[in-house]
Design a protein around this ligand. Structure first.
Ligand SMILES: [Zn+2]
Length: 407
């Protein structure tokens, strides 16, 4: 999100769910607009094969479908979304997306009630927003310099819902003195190492519970799926509840861990060093292959989505707190000794233990990786090179300098 290209402004984004309260006529209009947009999206799918880029796609379809009477910016948004949905064969729902101020606007009525004005079709309508806790959050965000950027409107169960996306320009990150290497592992969510010249040694395992808990969810789900397959309605409902429960649990824990790490970064004036996501994807495909062969052994490992969720949550929380995040290519971080800097495949005796064949240094494998990440981050940030853990200073090899990239 924040690493690619040389954009001048970087943005922080947050989504706030709000409840709308449209009258009967407005609901009719919304339903009509939604059906039209869904039908439009379905039709667009057929044209996707003919083009190679989003721009070509736009030129091919934009004028053709102008007659439908969908507001131009909304139409563009639908096109973008359809083009981006790589594997979609059909759509069952399609959110209406509005950009402020081109096709939507957030204002107050004369009486001081919150309203959102949107124009899915040519006509612009004003929808009252229920002023609940969600709205209070919007107001708080506004005080903190956030600006309403866009919104998605859709129907959920009996009510109309709006997801308001707010934005804020990212302030330049603060100066740092050290780094925190965060290794996101399969058994333990995060093994962290603080590398700071004057900070007491901190090495921690965070989120040991997650893999275990997800394993429990997995077991329960398997049983329920068996019953649900036999046509048990209660099991099917329970399955739904269970999924929601798992999502909630993982999201909460990810946020808690992220805050824990960022708090540490604030105290120690350190940057956070993470593996870049591109690598994660590759690793998980490898992991998936192993799972097929290995079966039971890997079952207790963390799910892939919780992994990337933690990665993005940590990045977000860090940016909110003005802590720089460095993404490094993690090649060989699991094979390199964080004590002497030499690399060998043989040093990784088992999955859990790292034992250097050159200097005999033995440590938990996740910690070794997080130390290496902390060191890589130092190089990437151009900090004076130090290793707070051992008397021996590893010589930063060329690869380290080459493969690091600063966000
Ligand atoms: Zn060594």
């Amino acid at each position: 999100m924040l690493t690619k290209g040389k954009r001048t402004t970087k943005w922080l984004e947050t989504t706030i769910p709000l409840v709308l309260n449209p009258g009967t006529m407005k609901q009719l209009y919304l339903r009509k607009a939604q059906a039209k947009i869904l039908a439009f999206a379905q039709q667009l799918l057929r044209y996707k094969q003919q083009v190679n880029s989003a721009l070509q796609f736009h030129h091919l379809v934009y004028k053709q479908f102008k007659y439908l009477g969908i507001q131009s910016q909304v139409q563009e948004a639908v096109q973008r979304r359809v083009y981006a949905a790589k594997r979609a064969k059909t759509f069952h729902h399609f959110p209406m997306e509005f950009n402020f101020p081109r096709s939507g606007n957030l204002t107050l009525s004369e009486r001081g009630n919150a309203i959102v004005k949107i124009s899915p079709l040519k006509k612009r309508i004003a929808l009252p927003i229920v002023m609940n806790g969600g709205w209070r959050r919007v107001e708080e965000h506004r005080k903190g310099g956030w600006v309403a950027h866009s919104c998605k409107v859709f129907k959920r169960k009996q009510s109309w819902v709006m997801h308001l996306i707010m934005r804020k320009a990212l302030p330049p990150p603060q100066e740092v003195e050290g780094t925190i290497g965060v290794d996101i592992g399969r058994k333990i969510m995060a093994a962290i190492t603080v590398n700071h010249p004057s900070f007491p040694l901190v090495e921690q395992y965070l989120g040991k519970d997650l893999a275990w808990k997800q394993h429990q969810f997995y077991n329960r789900r398997k049983t329920l799926q068996k019953y649900a397959a036999q046509g048990d309605r209660r099991a099917r409902r329970a399955l739904k509840r269970l999924r929601r429960k798992e999502t909630n649990y993982v999201q909460t824990r990810c946020a808690q861990l992220a805050h824990e790490i960022v708090d540490l970064a604030v105290i120690s004036r350190s940057a956070i060093v993470l593996e870049n996501l591109k690598h994660l994807r590759r690793m998980w495909t490898k992991q998936a292959m192993k799972r097929k062969k290995g079966g039971k052994k890997t079952r207790r490992s963390l799910n892939r989505w919780s992994y990337s969720l933690f990665h993005s949550t940590l990045t977000r929380v860090a940016h909110l707190n003005n802590i720089p995040v460095v993404f490094v290519r993690p090649h060989y971080t699991s094979q390199t000794c964080s004590h002497c800097g030499k690399r060998s495949k043989k040093s990784r005796k088992t999955r859990d233990v790292f034992s250097c064949i050159y200097c005999g240094f033995t440590v938990n494998a996740d910690h070794n990786a997080s130390r290496n990440l902390a060191l890589l981050g130092q190089v990437a940030l151009g900090l004076p090179f130090f290793n707070a853990y051992h008397s021996f200073l590893p010589v930063p090899c060329e690869r380290r300098t080459l493969c690091s990239s600063v966000s």
